[in-house]
Design a protein around this ligand. Structure first.
Ligand SMILES: [Fe+2]
Ligand SMILES: [Fe+2]
Length: 189
């Protein structure tokens, strides 16, 4: 696999693992009205920033931009769809954060609402990633030239984005590890 696609694949795995925990927490909340607030707060902190600061810019500004430039007809519809989902993802995350705040404040119906919002976010994220993995990335392999891939790989590996320092990347890695540890099933189950 090309280095840039390997980076995106690793980020997709990380995001999907979080989506799976969100779906499980939503189901526990729906059934029992219980929630692991510490876990949900950590997830909120992660999804509030990681997609927009780390993941989407690589897709939008580097990979998708070159795909559209190389083959606007073939790539237009799928890229428009994915970009629209990135925009609506920011809105869904804001709704998730608000639902979590309401739940923490003990508002009426907040548990049911948070369970619904969390389940729908988890489902969206999983589908979006599936679309990128199975449609967009294979299409990129078809339409991009070797010179495009060289430039994309270099952009991904250079850490050229001034918004993302090495410290910030490791902060998200630590936060993800913490979420995985909190969300792990107890031994024996
Ligand atoms: Fe995406
Ligand atoms: Fe993605």
């Amino acid at each position: 696999m090309r280095p840039s696609l390997r980076v995106l694949a690793a980020e997709h795995l990380a995001l999907r693992a979080v989506a799976r925990i969100v779906a499980i927490e939503a189901e526990i909340l729906r059934r029992d009205g219980r929630a692991d607030i510490d876990l949900l707060q950590n997830i909120a902190a992660y999804i509030a920033e990681f997609p927009n600061r780390i993941h989407h810019p690589k897709e939008e500004d580097v990979l998708f931009r070159r795909m559209r430039a190389r083959a606007p007809q073939r790539c237009g519809a799928i890229l428009d769809h994915l970009l629209a989902e990135h925009v609506s993802e920011s809105a869904s995350i804001a709704v998730f954060l608000a639902a979590l705040a309401d739940f923490r404040a003990g508002l009426a119906d907040a548990a049911t609402n948070l369970a619904r919002v969390a389940a729908s976010y988890a489902k969206y994220l999983d589908r979006h990633i599936e679309t990128e993995n199975t449609l967009a990335f294979p299409l990129a392999e078809e339409v991009l030239h070797e010179t495009d891939w060289d430039a994309i790989d270099a952009a991904f590996l250079s850490n050229a984005d001034p918004l993302v320092s090495g410290d910030e990347s490791s902060r998200f890695r630590d936060l993800h590890r913490h979420i995985m540890a909190l969300g792990a099933l107890p031994p024996g189950l």
